[in-house]
Write a protein that binds this ligand. Structure first.
Ligand code: AMP
Ligand code: GLY
Length: 416
């Protein structure tokens, strides 16, 4: 079978890598891809949101299955357009993608179907929102109701911070015209629970944890994620069963009941609070960088799973026992402004896996082309061994403009 993967980051590189392990796959295309993906797939320069051109490419190349990575492509309706053309596609419809693209939709769904999450209210008026914050307790959490590239969440410690964020979101329309969800501040370790979902059928993946802050010790600004690992020793089998039965399965059933059945990866961003496990957010896709540590642990043929979801049927997931831990190499300055075009050397000396997040070929050289550039994954019998392997490989990569965290996995290692 010929397969098309839409997207061009580390997540898509890990998906391409998993597909390339399947004996059912004859050829992989990726749009737009990147310099690392180009070693395992034929890259086609089409933007992930250019859904009509992507559909035409799939028809022209005789693609048997398309797998969608980024939320922007899903929110642009790529699944609907592919289905209308009779193409097999893995990813939720635009309507089902609202579980990620609209915070308000997701929160109302959780309220209606009793899925545990932070208490909340939605506002479109600045004065009412500000008064609600004043009447409640601090810190409080403000979320812009729409896709804001991870920048739409503000944890306000003071009334002034809350008012400033509310002004940005409701008066100055910094992310566009939208509403704001104000929710209760929760505490506890966060973890990512990704499940393959096909209507009411839910097949859980192994758990992973992302590290959102830029620097060691969870300091510095929020990023798209600076590292991840799997499995998670601080989440018990009971916690996992609770999250599956009380969060992920009810969410899938709720989407069916609401007339927008979910087909694809439902990502639960969950928190283990003193009052039990609660939802921080849902995403309608594979997490990035969680996917890069979860899919290497998948023993089953991923094509069987993608087809079971896209076309209906059953799947069985088997996993390897080893630990996987990955470290992001990011451009200096990220998540703020940064320069690109620095040569990367030493990739051939790496023993584990390197997924490319933001790279470009420049003649024979590979150069940096994004904020997050490479994701270096180590494996081991334990998390410390996996971390050592990852950091050893990081030391083999030479580039003048990259930085990384050295403490990925500290939650697991400190026993918290
Ligand atoms: P989100 O985009 O909804 O995942 O939010 C980004 C980050 O903000 C999360 O990963 C959490 O660390 C934090 N956050 C979001 N909602 C809450 C909440 N209700 N309580 C505490 N922290 C939160
Ligand atoms: N790693 C968080 C996300 O993919 O949204």
């Amino acid at each position: 079978m010929k397969v098309l993967v839409i997207g061009g980051g580390g997540r898509e590189h890990a998906i391409v890598d998993a597909l390339s392990r399947s004996p059912q796959v004859e050829k992989i295309y990726c749009a737009p891809g990147n310099a690392g993906i180009a070693r395992q797939a034929e890259c086609v320069a089409i933007k992930d949101t250019d859904v009509e051109r992507l559909r035409d490419l799939a028809v022209e190349k005789g693609i048997g299955l398309t797998v969608v990575g980024p939320e922007a492509a899903l929110a642009a309706g790529v699944t609907d357009v592919f289905r209308a053309a009779g193409l097999s596609v893995f990813g939720p419809t635009k309507s089902a993608t609202r579980i990620e693209s609209s915070k308000d939709f997701a929160k109302e769904l959780m309220r209606k179907y009793d899925i545990p999450t932070a208490a909340f209210r939605t506002f479109d008026n600045y004065d009412e929102a500000s008064a609600y914050v004043k009447a409640g307790s601090l810190p409080t959490v403000l979320k812009y109701d729409g896709l804001a590239a991870g920048k739409g969440v503000v944890i306000a410690e003071t009334q002034e911070q809350a008012d400033e964020a509310l002004r940005d979101m409701l008066l100055d329309n910094k992310f566009g015209r939208g509403r704001v969800v104000i929710e209760e501040f929760l505490t506890g370790p966060e973890f990512s629970f990704m499940c393959f979902v096909s209507g009411t059928k839910v097949w859980p993946m192994v758990l992973a944890q992302d590290h959102k802050r830029a620097y060691d010790g969870d300091k510095g600004p929020n990023t798209g994620g600076m590292g991840a690992y799997s499995p998670l020793p601080f989440i018990t089998a009971e916690d996992e069963a609770y999250a599956l039965e009380h969060i992920m399965k009810p969410a899938a059933a709720a989407m069916v009941a609401e007339g927008c059945p979910f087909e694809g990866v439902l990502y639960g961003g969950l928190m283990k609070t003193p009052q039990g496990i609660k939802v921080i957010e849902f995403n309608a896709r594979f997490g990035d960088p969680e996917t890069e540590v979860v899919l290497p642990r998948l023993k089953s043929d991923i094509v069987d799973i993608f087809r079971a979801v896209a076309e209906g049927g059953d799947a069985r997931l088997e996993w390897h026992d080893f630990a996987a831990l990955g470290v992001v190499l990011a451009s200096k300055g990220y998540p703020g402004s940064y320069d690109k075009g620095f040569e990367i050397r030493g990739l051939d000396k790496v023993e584990g896996a390197v997924y490319h997040m933001g790279t470009k070929a420049d003649g024979d050289r590979i150069v940096t082309a994004g904020g997050r550039v490479l994701f270096v994954v180590g494996r081991g019998a334990t998390i410390p061994e996996a971390r050592e392997a990852a950091l050893r490989d990081v030391g083999r990569i030479e580039c003048d403009n990259l930085f990384h965290r050295t403490d990925i996995g500290h939650w697991a290692l400190s026993g918290k």
